[in-house]
Design a protein around this ligand. Structure first.
Ligand code: 13P
Length: 261
């Protein structure tokens, strides 16, 4: 099943790098990756909004096989929303993937599953692909509620989507206790939750949607753990935070297949 889903390795830069630094990272990364890497793996980069135009220009002018991504979007198409950015604006910048419902936005900006649902629909309507983040916190995991929490987030975030749309959706399973902590889910835990996510999507949207949806793992992904995580049959990619800012580390993660047993 997983051989149809090309691995997607995404770098979420979070609130790091001005546009000069962003250009440097992209150029160094392009140099570190080769044709074989790009044939095997799709690589998306998610700089802050202020760097999108600069990164887009480098990708276009140097014809780099890197894919542009954003970290957030407003659900409305336009209007009196000071400080916000619409899906249409991102699509015009050749953004392909948009992260929605990252746990940092759920926690610090109070984003609900309803908000994530509207954003997911706005991204799809603009012809882009949402990376929908779900994941339990430590308390939910230790009390045995990880699966029910993720099921609830999936139901709310994907509500009302057509089954065919799931082929354009990426779900990122990012347990909160693993983000920026150096703690990683074991490959086995990541596989179990990825399989659970796929089964939930199967129940709600049918077998074809479950086979087509791509599922990433995120949370302290490093060069050392990426090969085992990406070897799991239901893990179709990784969403990388801290290590995506270190060009050598991120390039090694992209080249994970060279380090697999
Ligand atoms: P870290 O890789 O820094 O743990 O961040 C994960 C993450 O939140 C990616 O979206």
């Amino acid at each position: 099943m997983s051989h149809d889903r090309k691995p997607l390795i995404s770098g979420n830069w979070k609130m790091n790098c001005n546009h000069f630094e962003a250009i440097q990272i992209v150029q160094r990364l392009a140099y570190a990756l080769d044709k074989d890497d790009h044939e095997a793996v799709e690589v998306s980069l998610h700089p802050p909004f202020t760097s999108l135009r600069s990164v887009q220009t480098v990708i276009q002018s140097d014809r780099l096989p890197l894919v542009l991504g954003a970290q957030n979007v407003h659900p409305d198409p336009e209007g009196a929303f000071t400080g916000e950015i619409s899906a249409g604006m991102l699509a015009k910048l050749d953004v392909t993937y948009v992260i929605v419902g990252h746990s940092e936005r759920r926690v610090h900006s109070g984003e609900t599953d309803g908000d994530v649902n509207r954003k997911t629909k706005a991204v799809l309507a603009a012809g882009m692909l949402p990376i929908v983040c779900v994941g339990e916190d430590l308390d939910e995991r230790s009390s045995g509620r990880a699966e029910s929490r993720v099921a609830e987030q999936l139901a709310g975030s994907l509500d009302g989507l057509k089954a065919e749309a799931l082929a354009d959706v990426v779900v990122a399973y990012e347990p909160l206790w693993a983000i920026g902590t150096g703690e990683t889910a074991t490959p086995d835990d990541a596989q179990k939750m990825a399989a659970f996510v796929r089964a939930q999507i199967g129940e709600r949207f049918g077998g074809a949607a479950a086979a087509a949806v791509r599922i990433q793992y995120g949370g302290s992904v490093k060069p050392g753990n990426a090969p085992d995580l990406l070897a799991q049959p239901d893990v179709d990619g990784v969403l990388v935070g801290g290590a995506s800012l270190q060009v050598e580390d991120f390039a090694r993660i992209v080249k994970y297949r060279l380090y697999q047993a």
